[in-house]
Design a protein around this ligand. Structure first.
Ligand SMILES: Cc1ncc(COP(=O)(O)O)c(C=O)c1O
Length: 445
C-alpha cells in the first residue's frame, strides 16, 4: 500500500471509510485487554513458585556467617545476598547495599535524603532556590513522578539508540550547578529498549559536573532481561568507569529482582562508592534495623548463583519473546510503508516504544480504550505528562496472553491508521480550502 501522505484525497477517504468499519467490528467484540503497565504475566510468576519451597519450617535460616535471619539486624543485607546481587549487577559485593522490595522506593529515598539532608555534606536540596533534573525522553513515568513530587525542574533530554543525547547532557551538567541529577535506564530502556553504547557510558563517567553533589541515577532495572540468547546488549560497567575517570562518587546504580521473581516481593539494591554507602547508611540507620533477611535468603537459596539467575531469565524470555515478536510482526505487516509511525525492536526489557505522527498519540490511545484496549496514557513518557509532540506511546507486551496480544496489536494498528488517515485527510482538505482561498485572493488582486 502507498504511504498515506502520497494517496489522493479520494483514495485516503476510501481507506478511512474502510477503517471505520473495521474499527466498529472491534468495538463489537467487547474486548477488555491491558497493555498499559509492564507487569509479568501469570506464567512468568509461576516460574518462581519453586522459590517458595526454598525455605520451610524445617529450614535452617542461618547465614554462612552465622547470622540468624529470623532476628533483627544486618542493616545493609546478608553477605550471600550481596554476593548474588553483586554478580547480577556486575559489582563488588562490598559496594552493595540490599534494601526492601522495591528499587523505586530506594530511588525515592535517595532523592529524599539529598533533599532533606544533602549528599555527603553538601547543602540539602530543599535549601536551594532551584534544583534541576535531566530526564531522558521518552522515559519512565515513575522516575519523573519522583522528581515532580519534590518540585524539581525537569529538563527533557532526547534519547537516541545509543542512550541519552550526551551533547545535551554535558551542556547542562558541566555548566549549570542547579542540575543535580539525571535519570537513566541504561539497558533496555523504558520504553524504547535502547542500551547505552560504550561511548555514552564513557561520556557519562567523564562528566565534569558544575555541582559537587550531581549524581547519575543509573536505574539498571533490566540488566539481565534479555529476550534472545544470541542478541544481547552489553554495557561498560558504570561504577568502574566512573572510578577510572576520577569520579568514583558520581553514580548510584539501582536494581531489583522485581521482574525476575515477584514484583513487590523481591529484593532491591544499590551499588555505589564506599563514600556514598557511608552517606546512605547514616540515614538508613534511622529508618530500619534491617530489611527482610528471610526473603534475601530465600532468593539466594533459590538461585544459588548468577548462573541460576541466567537460567531463570531464559525461562522468562521464552514466555515473553513470542509476545514481542507477534507485535513486531503485526506492526510490520499492518503499518510498514504507510509513513504513519515507527517502533522499536528491542533485544530485551519490557517495552516497545511507538512514535506516530505529531498530535495523534492521545487520540490513538482514546480510540483503543473505546474499543476495550487500555494503553499507557499518551504523555506518560514525558515529564509532567506533557509530550510536546503528542506522538509517543509505550506498549507493554508482557501481561496479556499471546492470543490477546495479537488482537490488541491488530486493534492498535487499526487505531493508528484510523487516526492518521483522519489527520492527513483533514490536512489535505484544509490544503484544498487554503488553495481555493489563495486562488480567490489571486483573482481579486
Ligand atoms: C525503569 C524501571 N525502574 C524501576 C521499576 C520498578 O522497580 P521496582 O519494582 O524494583 O520498584 C520499573 C518498573 O516498571 C522500571 O521500568
Amino acid at each position: 500500500m502507498k504511504a498515506y501522505a502520497e494517496m489522493t484525497k479520494e483514495e485516503l477517504a476510501s481507506e478511512y471509510e474502510q477503517l471505520k468499519k473495521v474499527y466498529k467490528k472491534y468495538q463489537g467484540m467487547e474486548l477488555n485487554l491491558n497493555m498499559a503497565r509492564g507487569k509479568p504475566c501469570k506464567e512468568q510468576l509461576d516460574i518462581s513458585m519453586e522459590m517458595m519451597d526454598a525455605l520451610n519450617s524445617e529450614a535452617d535460616l542461618t547465614c554462612e556467617d552465622g547470622t540468624d535471619c529470623r532476628n533483627y539486624g544486618v542493616l545493609d543485607g546478608i553477605q550471600e545476598c550481596k554476593e548474588l546481587m553483586g554478580a547480577m549487577m556486575e559489582n563488588d559485593p562490598d559496594n552493595i547495599i540490599i534494601f526492601g522490595n522495591s528499587s523505586l522506593n530506594v530511588m525515592f529515598d535517595t532523592v529524599s535524603r539529598a533533599y532533606s539532608h544533602g549528599i555527603m555534606g553538601n547543602t540539602p536540596w530543599c535549601k536551594l532556590d532551584k534544583v534541576k533534573f535531566l530526564c531522558p525522553v521518552p522515559g519512565y513515568d515513575r522516575h519523573f513522578g519522583i522528581t515532580e513530587y519534590f518540585g524539581f525542574e525537569m529538563i527533557p533530554v532526547p534519547m537516541t539508540p545509543e542512550g541519552p543525547d550526551m551533547d545535551v547532557v554535558e551542556k547542562y551538567v558541566n555548566n549549570d550547578p542547579a542540575v543535580k541529577g539525571i535519570w537513566c535506564v541504561p539497558k533496555y530502556s523504558n520504553p524504547q529498549g535502547y542500551s547505552c553504547s560504550d561511548e555514552t557510558v564513557r561520556r557519562f563517567a567523564r562528566l565534569t559536573p558544575a555541582a559537587n553533589d550531581f549524581r547519575i541515577f543509573w536505574d539498571n532495572a533490566y540488566g539481565v532481561h534479555h529476550l534472545y540468547d544470541e542478541r544481547q546488549d552489553y554495557l561498560i560497567e558504570i561504577l568502574q568507569e566512573c572510578k577510572r575517570a576520577g569520579h568514583p562518587d558520581m553514580v548510584y546504580k539501582f536494581a531489583s529482582t522485581s521482574k525476575i521473581t515477584f514484583p513487590g516481593s523481591g529484593i532491591s539494591a544499590i551499588a555505589t562508592s564506599l563514600n556514598n554507602m557511608k552517606d546512605i547508611k547514616s540515614t538508613m540507620t534511622h529508618q530500619t534495623i534491617g530489611h527482610d533477611k528471610v526473603n534475601q535468603l530465600r532468593h539466594v537459596r533459590f538461585f544459588k548463583n548468577m548462573e541460576g539467575i541466567r537460567q531463570h531469565m531464559r525461562k522468562h524470555a521464552a514466555i515473553i519473546r513470542p509476545k514481542f515478536e507477534a507485535i513486531e510482526e503485526i506492526f510490520d505487516t499492518e503499518l510498514s510503508g504507510l509513513g504513519i509511525g515507527s517502533w522499536t525492536k528491542p533485544n530485551g526489557g519490557y517495552f516497545i516504544s511507538f512514535d506516530g505522527l505529531e498530535n495523534t498519540a492521545k487520540e490513538i490511545v482514546a480510540y483503543a480504550k473505546k474499543a476495550g484496549v487500555t494503553l499507557t496514557d499518551a504523555g506518560a513518557t514525558w515529564p509532567y505528562h506533557k509530550d510536546p509532540h503528542d506522538n509517543n506511546i509505550r506498549i507493554a507486551p508482557t501481561y496479556p496472553t499471546l492470543d490477546d496480544i495479537k488482537i490488541a496489536a491488530k486493534l492498535f494498528t487499526v487505531c493508528v491508521k484510523l487516526v492518521s488517515a483522519k489527520k492527513i485527510l483533514e490536512e489535505k482538505t484544509s490544503d484544498v480550502v487554503v488553495e481555493k482561498e489563495d486562488n480567490k485572493e489571486k483573482k481579486a488582486n
